[in-house]
Ligand binder design. Structure first.
Ligand code: AMP
Length: 425
């Protein structure tokens, strides 16, 4: 039997209901924030990710799905969403006229990671990008999105961990300080960190192998190396978070795994009882140099991405039952297959008038159809017999009150409209 590829999963049943609910929630939240939906290809020129995500990031060095197409082009399945959106922003010349582009995406990403709990090779991210402004209030707005999203989903203990990587000048000064600090301890560091020491020492602070070491905690902090402008930006973001009553903690060890971040970097975590520990749910930050690095004009930008799979795990651990309110409005039961044509006519009419309607396609008898009702749980049942068909009538039964009425075909839409209003009240 052919099995699904390692690190992937199928969506069906209860999980698909949850995902559709989550997608609905993000769509309506993004409308409220005035962000537009954005979609870019699942694969892009490999060079985009090498230049965008960064040559030294784990993602590019170890995790990309690279392939050549039949035209001998080097392509890569996207490992994250930002590089593609920035490519599109530049290619479609969305800059100019002091334009700000605020957009969101939800789609699959691909990383060749070692499969482990909560880590997949195909996973979904919901993210936003806000391009065209350096205003620290925009950093705060972007941070507020995942926070509010998690709160709307019912997670209570949600907290932002925030740090600043400053601008280029601040980071160069800090990099020198880190090199001087870690040099005597090089032998204590893992092989990856030895390489990071040469190529990108900030990344050492992000190491999942060495993070327990004492020297990590005592390493110089970026916040002590921020120049005045970077400091001002960071303080303003904090002030705006306070204004929005968003709980935060400054954590100098957050450097994030991607090369393109400047100034604000953040993670949102939740304290999840059933999960046994604090759980990082999403991450993001400002990336003021990425647009210009990829060949666009100098454009400041900020964004975040959150993983769907971890969110689903946390919702389960917190026993948060997503109420997707997708109960079927009507289930049609023809008494006999002879009434199927009339049943389909009603079914189609009701669907086109906004009702969720289904009927039996298994050739069940009237009796066994009635037995299915507990499982299907519709709000109403429409029963059609010979008499109903002959006189353009139908019998409609309220599945909760068990009362039934015979009405004419022409009345059904208005009838259901009225009854649904009663149910909503
Ligand atoms: P990143 O793009 O690495 O900053 O990750 C942002 C979020 O995406 C993380 O907080 C995770 O929730 C999620 N994520 C990243 N990699 C994976 C993966 N391999 N499997 C599932 N979720 C992931």
């Amino acid at each position: 039997m052919i099995q699904r590829p390692k690190g992937t999963y199928d969506v069906y049943g209860n999980m698909s209901k949850k995902i559709l609910y989550i997608r609905k929630l993000m769509t309506s939240l993004m409308e409220k924030y005035n962000y537009e939906y954005f979609r870019t290809p699942l694969f892009e020129a490999s060079e985009l990710f090498h230049r965008g995500v960064g040559e030294t990031s784990d993602i590019v060095t170890k995790e990309t799905y690279d392939f050549k197409d039949r035209g001998d082009r080097n392509l890569t399945l996207r490992p994250e969403g930002t590089a593609g959106i920035v490519r599109s922003y530049i290619e479609n010349k969305m800059y100019g006229n002091g334009n700000i582009v605020k957009c969101w995406y939800f789609g699959p990403m691909y990383r060749y990671e070692r499969p482990q709990a909560g880590r997949y090779r195909e996973f979904y991210q919901f993210g936003v990008e806000a391009m065209g402004s350096s205003d620290p209030a925009l950093d705060a707005e972007v941070i507020s999105i995942p926070v509010n999203f998690y709160k709307l989903l019912g997670l209570k203990d949600v907290k932002v961990k925030i740090n600043s990587l400053g601008d280029l000048e601040s980071r160069l000064k800090y990099k020198d300080a880190l090199l001087a600090y870690f040099r005597p301890y090089l032998d204590d560091l893992c092989d990856d960190c030895k390489e990071r020491f040469e190529k990108n020492p900030l990344r050492i602070l992000d190491c999942k192998i060495d993070n327990h070491l004492d020297i990590m905690q005592k390493a110089p902090k970026i916040t002590d190396y921020l120049n005045e402008e970077s400091q001002k930006h960071f303080e303003a973001v904090i002030q705006y978070l306070k204004a929005m009553d968003i709980e935060y903690e400054i954590d100098p060890n957050i450097v994030r795994g991607l090369d393109y971040y400047t100034h604000t970097v953040f993670e949102v975590e939740a304290n999840v009882e059933g999960f046994g520990k604090t759980c990082v749910l999403c991450g993001g930050g400002r990336y003021d140099n990425l647009v210009s690095n990829l060949g666009g004009p100098d454009t400041k930008a900020v964004g975040f991405a959150l993983g769907l799979e971890r969110l689903l795990t946390i919702l389960d651990a917190e026993k948060i039952d997503i109420d997707d309110d997708n109960q079927l409005d009507v289930y049609m039961i023809p008494m006999d297959s002879k009434q199927k044509e009339y049943a389909l006519k009603i079914l189609n009419e009701l669907r086109m008038n906004g009702f969720n309607v289904d009927m039996d396609y298994m050739g069940r008898s009237f009796k066994s159809n009635l037995k299915q009702l507990d499982r299907i749980n519709p709000k109403f049942i429409i029963i059609i017999g010979e008499e109903e068909e002959r006189n353009n009538l139908l019998t409609i039964k309220n599945n909760q009150t068990k009362t039934e009425e015979k009405i004419s075909y022409n009345q059904i839409v208005d009838y259901l409209d009225d009854k649904m209003k009663d149910i909503e009240d």
